[in-house]
Design a protein around this ligand. Structure first.
Ligand code: GLY
Length: 411
């Protein structure tokens, strides 16, 4: 949960009466979770590289240079394990080891914030620094990194379009924005909290409003990419890059949207800034969640794209399932934070999240692999599927933590 998500829940969630829920899958709290992550963490490559996805047969991590969009997820997982160690009252040495490992892997990203080719993906790589600020709000390295990454993102904002640019294009008039970019907005809000720079908040709100307007279809499904004319701001095309077709719904994009809009609701709430947007974002997240849940197959396993043909079998995407589960949990927290609390909505989204976790972990849990989960799809058009994925594992750990934090379950 973001700094602001925590605030939103703590400030307004007190009136929620803890309910009785289905038990989350036991794998979320298996001893193997800590064991595997620790084993990977204790042998950082030299020079530093970061795990992104695994091979398809034995599940060994493939490592990539720090200047890669997924770099932040493994260090952020280590910080999440530090949080887990505290929730579960593990021994003090063990607690501090997770923090040491998180700091070691996170600080090795430096100086990525001043020299990268990440384009819009600075949001994900900032996660370890945002996590560090939750531990030590005065950590100057983390403050500088967050502010610099936010400045990188702000430099991609076009006021005529009203969005930050996702990908660079051969013709700069073609201004492409992907649904995934909703996940970056937290970076703007965290930086604004550090510096008071309201411009970043205005950019985040503008980006979310445009995405709500142009990416989300009337039935709650979503386009992956919207291309604007950078000069006029007009929408000139809608298409997919990682999905099945231009009119289909790529499941991870849909999951980023559920989470991103629920998180924009969360980060808006404590500042009571642009108050009217809270309900628009909440409603958009609900609508996207509703599409996601209604289009799951009977076994509850998330396909890589909701419209991909069933034959030949659609590869699953356990990472989309984990992102969506976190989006549903965040949505539940927002329902709880309403005044008065929407307890029905809270219970509905918790149950939906637990069921999504159950169905997808049952398929994807791989004790013998280095990753926690298999059955992830990095990029199906490039035939990169059926692997472990570092962000699938990160959102797996995070979902487990949130359920502990909310007293849905215990260690
Ligand atoms: N943001 C890239 C992806 O979800 O694959």
């Amino acid at each position: 949960m973001s700094i602001f998500g925590v605030l939103g829940f703590v400030l307004f969630g007190a009136s929620v009466v803890a309910g009785s829920f289905s038990s989350p899958p036991a794998e979320l709290y298996s001893a193997l979770v800590a064991e595997k992550i620790r084993t990977t963490a204790l042998v950082p490559p030299n020079p530093m590289q970061y795990p992104q996805y695994t091979d398809r047969t034995v599940g060994e991590w493939l490592y990539f240079s720090p200047d890669t969009w997924t770099t932040g997820f493994f260090p952020a997982t280590l910080y999440a394990m530090y949080e887990r160690a505290k929730y579960c009252h593990w021994e003090a040495d063990n607690v501090s080891e997770w923090l040491t490992l998180g700091r070691q892997w996170g600080s090795a990203e430096i100086p990525l914030e001043t020299n990268n080719t990440l384009q819009h993906d600075v949001g994900f790589v900032s996660y370890p620094f945002i996590a560090e600020l939750e531990v030590d709000p005065g950590n100057q390295t983390a403050i500088t990194a967050v502010n610099q990454f936010a400045a990188d993102l702000a430099a991609r904002f076009n006021p005529t379009v009203g969005c930050t640019r996702s990908w660079d294009t051969p013709n700069p008039v073609d201004f492409e924005v992907i649904m995934d970019n909703m996940m970056n907005l937290e970076l703007f809000f965290v930086s604004e909290a550090l510096t008071g720079n309201r411009t970043f908040v205005d950019m985040a709100i503008s980006h979310a409003n445009k995405t709500m307007q142009h990416h989300v279809r009337p039935d709650g499904s979503s386009f992956h990419v919207v291309e604007y004319n950078a000069t006029s701001g007009d929408v000139i095309a809608r298409f997919t890059a990682q999905g099945y077709s231009n009119s289909s719904t790529w499941s991870r994009g849909q999951a980023w949207g559920i989470y991103g809009f629920a998180n924009s609701t969360a980060i808006d709430a404590p500042t009571v800034y642009m108050h009217t947007h809270i309900f628009d974002y909440l409603e958009t997240s609900r609508h996207m969640a509703s599409y996601f849940l209604a289009h799951l197959p009977d076994d509850g396993v998330v396909p890589w794209d909701f419209n991909a043909p069933l034959t030949p079998p659609r590869p699953a995407d356990s990472s989309a399932a984990m992102v969506a589960a976190n989006g549903l949990i965040l949505l539940a927290q927002q329902e709880a934070s309403l005044i008065p609390s929407n307890t029905t909505g809270y219970s509905y989204y918790i149950e939906a999240a637990v069921e999504l976790l159950r169905a997808n972990i049952e398929l994807a849990w791989r004790p013998s692999w280095q990753s926690l989960l298999a059955n992830g799809t990095v990029n199906n058009p490039e035939h990169n599927n059926l692997t472990g994925i570092v962000y699938g594992d990160y959102y797996f750990v995070k979902a487990g933590n949130e359920l502990l934090n909310m007293n849905i379950t215990a260690c």
